[in-house]
Design a protein around this ligand. Structure first.
Ligand code: CA
Length: 229
């Protein structure tokens, strides 16, 4: 079965180029030219990946991404942002996007990232499937990919969930940023290790009682991170 990609983009030229190229790689591609149609498609059908432009008519990509995650849709999202807009990237990742790419981009880079995002879905079977793992006030249901903190659902992006899972699966081990990039992001050529720090900070904010004084997701100075239950 070929993977299904939803492309939400309003520039006709880019839509055509991307669609041709992705189809040429064997993917099924559907498109939406504005945020409202894109969100409806994404929620109404099942895709393996959504490529989501930020600047869209009707609803922008940030709103679409946030709405998707609020509806508990965990399809990986790669956002396309304007060049050099660091703030855009940070907002995108915070709203639950899994990756971002700045326009203009090299087609090969886009394809490499698409492949990396698709490779990690669906989640690989793991010894933790079907188990509930608890630490502090947090309860992680691996089968349903749900996280509760003090009984309240926590919104984690698909990437944050995978990061948390990796931490838990390797609890007690010191994990370097490079290892986390390789194992959780699936590639390390394009993303800096700072990305790991940013996501760890968000996980702490969402899960730790005191994000500045974490009890579970610990920094190992000069080495990386360590999860303790
Ligand atoms: Ca656009």
């Amino acid at each position: 079965m070929s993977k299904r990609i939803l492309l939400v983009e309003d520039e006709p030229g880019l839509v055509m180029t991307l669609t041709d190229r992705l189809r040429g790689e064997g993917y099924q591609v559907e498109t939406a030219g504005d945020g409202v149609t894109g969100l409806a498609r994404a929620l109404g059908e099942s895709y393996d990946l959504i490529i989501l432009d930020v600047m869209l008519p009707q609803r922008n990509g940030f709103d679409v991404c946030r709405d998707l995650r609020q509806q508990r849709n965990q399809t990986p999202v790669m956002m396309l942002t304007a060049r050099g807009q660091v703030v855009d990237r940070v907002i995108g990742l915070k709203l639950g996007a899994d990756d971002y790419l700045c326009k203009p981009f090299e087609m090969l880079e886009l394809l490499a990232r698409v492949e990396a995002l698709l490779r990690r879905t669906p989640a690989e079977p793991s010894s933790l499937d079907g188990e509930i793992f608890r630490f502090g006030a947090v309860q992680v249901d691996f089968r349903r990919a749900r996280v509760l903190r003090a009984g309240v659902p926590v919104d984690l992006s698909a990437l944050e969930f995978r990061l948390l899972r990796y931490f838990i699966e390797h609890r007690g081990d010191t994990l370097t940023r490079d290892e986390l990039l390789n194992e959780v992001w699936g590639y390390n050529a394009f993303v800096s290790t700072r990305t790991v720090d940013v996501h760890v900070a968000w996980l702490r904010q969402k899960l730790e009682t005191h994000a500045r004084h974490p009890k579970h997701i610990l920094t190992v100075h000069g080495l990386g991170y360590k999860f303790v239950g």
